[in-house]
Design a protein around this ligand. Sequence first.
Ligand code: G4F
Length: 328
Amino acid sequence: MPTAFITGITGQDGRHLAEFLHGKGYKVYGMMKGQHNPRAEMIREEFPFIEIVPGDLTDLSSLVAALEQTQPDEVYNLGAISFVAMSFNQAELTANVTGLGVLRMLEAVRMVGGATNNPIRFYQASSSEMFGKVREVPQTEMTPFHPRSPYGVAKVFGHHLTVNYRESYGLFACSGILFNHEGPRRGLEFVTRKITNTAARIKLGIEKELVLGNIDAKRDWGFAGDYVKAMWLMLQQREPDDYVIATGETHSVEEFLTLTFDKVGLGDWRAHVRQDPKFFRPAEVDLLIGDPSKAKNQLGWVPEVSFEQLVGMMVEHDLRYESDRLKR
Ligand code: G4F
């Protein structure tokens, strides 16, 4: 039975990936930090097949112990401070977890190694935030980086280090440059889920308005369930490499709003939305659009859920979720 070790198991991608790998017959280990982590119960209930292993991206010895204990075939490093807005206020923590955490994970992989005929394969969750103030449109694996947040800077560090460990030590290490990917499991702090969830609450009379920042920003939004498949595909290739994972389409936050309010049946979003400077960022990423040609040609990966289907799926989920909560 192949084994996978996932950091960031409680996040959107960790949960999708665990489900996907379990479906493929993997034994799945999920790393979780802290003492009596309240999310452990949620994971045990939702995914009883995941074996939780203690460990922290800020503590190398815990990562070495976790890999020694689990002896995985594949390591997926999804753990990070992943909220860009928060990274401006907690820049040092972001550098430590999102940046140095990759260094520690790579060191642990190098030290534990795995069987000589079957060395550990490593996936690093890199991000389109690395492109930041974009140098070309669309962005490819060759586009230079210009990060616009402490989060983006930390991800650039992690990406380069992944490439460096591959080149220096021959590690099977891949960096997936994933553009925004969403779904019903997205945290409520991210703009897409904030919009679909608040719109559902307004529709049900629980909330009065939706307060947002910059609605002109454009993103290449795909479905997280499609994207975790690409992570796995990268680790099944003969040679390790880096890939852009994206839909090749871009939409503004305003377009996301229009479609959501339309689907919820609230009409014009302008009647329900207020903008507040506190949700604007010190530096913004105005436009992201990825070119997934390499992933398509080499991995055979294509996104299956369209932008409209994604919004529909999230709206439907949040209407049901919020009305169920009302009944309790
Ligand atoms: O949903 P967001 O917070 O995602 P962002 O910053 O693009 O980052 C996400 O995608 C990255 C991939 O490129 C990941 F690496 C990262 O971990 C994360 O998953 O914001 C999207 C856009 C931004 O331009 C933001 O300024 O929405 C704008 N926005 C406008 N009002 C808002 C809000 N974002 C949030 N979170 N909340 C608002 O009220």
